[in-house]
Design a protein around this ligand. Structure first.
Ligand SMILES: [Zn+2]
Length: 133
């Protein structure tokens, strides 16, 4: 799982860097929280920022917040030994899917269902860490 962690950390750094660039500092505090355990990544993004400055627009901010959220959640799940398990149905997520999108929290079937539902109803937020104990 070390490879996965490395990839997630890289993705998180890149996403956090982009988010900072679009002025998401406040959002970052909300996202990364008082524990601050992910803030270390935020200090290593200067190079990435320089390279990706041009790609950034306001429209991406929401996506980035979402992405940072999911990657951070995936890292937490990795810490908890729950990585690769669908947050919706509890089934294992296909390794090939994780390989392509290491931050995904749902299996293909649930993702499909959520996306289909969100077209007809309000957007569905996948709430990670909010499940009942
Ligand atoms: Zn599922």
């Amino acid at each position: 799982m070390d490879g996965i962690r490395k990839r997630l950390e890289q993705e998180l750094r890149a996403a956090v860097g982009r988010l900072r660039q679009v002025g998401g500092a406040t959002a970052l505090e909300d996202l990364l929280g008082p524990r601050g355990e992910h803030w270390s990544y935020a200090d290593e993004v200067d190079e990435i920022q320089a390279n990706e400055r041009r790609e950034i627009g306001f429209a991406t901010r929401e996506l980035l917040v979402d992405r940072v959220n999911r990657i951070a959640a995936a890292l937490e799940r990795l810490d908890e030994g729950e990585y690769g398990v669908c947050v919706e149905c509890g089934e294992n997520i296909a390794p090939a899917r994780l390989h392509v999108m290491p931050e995904v929290l749902t299996c293909v079937r649930c993702q499909d269902r959520l996306e289909r539902t969100s077209r007809h109803l309000q957007p569905v937020e996948v709430e990670v860490g909010a499940e009942d104990d």
